[in-house]
Design a protein around this ligand. Structure first.
Ligand code: HEC
Ligand code: HEC
Length: 185
């Protein structure tokens, strides 16, 4: 009986684990990983960071579903990327696309990515993170004067202007600091 329970617990832990293979006795490691997965997985690809972080902060692939990345990371689409030429050579485009697909919202176990995957499961394919229902809902009561009318933000797309830990994939409201509006709350 006892060994059955132990085996069942281990099987449950294995099922829930999303990181690299979980060896017996690595339960604590699994737990630490699990608690870290509350946010969005940070970018860990140098090419992505360089190519997609020069005009704006390098958005984490886990902020959009794969079907959005497919549309955005197309040769023609990149030549007119929100009015800018963000073209890439074939090899770089392949690396960047592969990275986006492997880490897209629906392929991530991180909590916010799960929410983004859920919010984009049906309906139109968003080309902007700021168009994702879940993200829109989180920002709907921020007045325009703090975003467009704020010379140090300008657009809702500049996540890291307000989210002080955006580069680490952390968007928790406790880490928000809207420039020029220190007394927001
Ligand atoms: C030449 C500059 C430039 C480069 C390089 C660039 N972008 Fe952009 N990107 C923009 C501009 C401009 C916008 C629109 C910003 C705004 O709405 O204020 C944008 C917006 C976006 C948005 C939508 C943000 C939102 O939710 O509103 C995504 C997603 C995005 N870029 C992804 C990428 C990725 C991935 C790469 C790398 C392959 C990349 N960008 C490279 C200029 C660039
Ligand atoms: C003008 C400043 C500003 C910009 C720009 C901005 N945010 Fe936010 N964001 C906020 C504020 C303020 C909140 C907290 C809202 C609340 O819950 O009261 C928030 C909340 C969030 C949350 C939910 C946090 C939580 O604790 O539940 C997420 C996720 C998020 N933002 C992601 C993004 C992403 C991704 C971008 C860029 C595409 C972005 N934000 C751009 C100000 C901003």
């Amino acid at each position: 009986m006892r060994t059955n329970i132990k085996a069942a617990l281990l099987a449950a832990a294995l099922l829930m684990s999303s990181g690299p293979a979980l060896a017996e006795g690595n339960f604590w490691l699994w737990l630490v990983n699990f608690s870290r997965q509350k946010e969005v997985q940070a970018v860990d690809n140098k090419v992505w960071k360089e190519e997609c972080g020069s005009c704006h902060f390098a958005y984490q692939p886990g902020l959009l579903p794969g079907k959005s990345w497919v549309k955005l990371l197309d040769e023609k689409a990149l030549a007119d990327h929100f009015g800018e030429d963000a073209s890439l050579d074939k090899e770089t485009l392949k690396e960047v696309s592969d990275y986006a697909m492997a880490n897209a919202a629906e392929n991530s176990m991180y909590k916010r990515s799960r929410k983004i995957a859920l919010a984009t499961a049906d309906g139109e394919v968003p080309l902007r993170i700021t168009e994702v229902r879940y993200i829109k809902r989180k920002h709907h009561d921020i007045p325009e004067k703090m975003v467009k009318g704020n010379k140090d933000v300008k657009s809702q797309a500049y996540c890291n202007a307000c989210h002080t830990k955006a580069e680490e994939g952390i968007f928790d409201e406790d880490t928000v600091d809207i420039p020029n509006f220190p007394d927001r709350d």
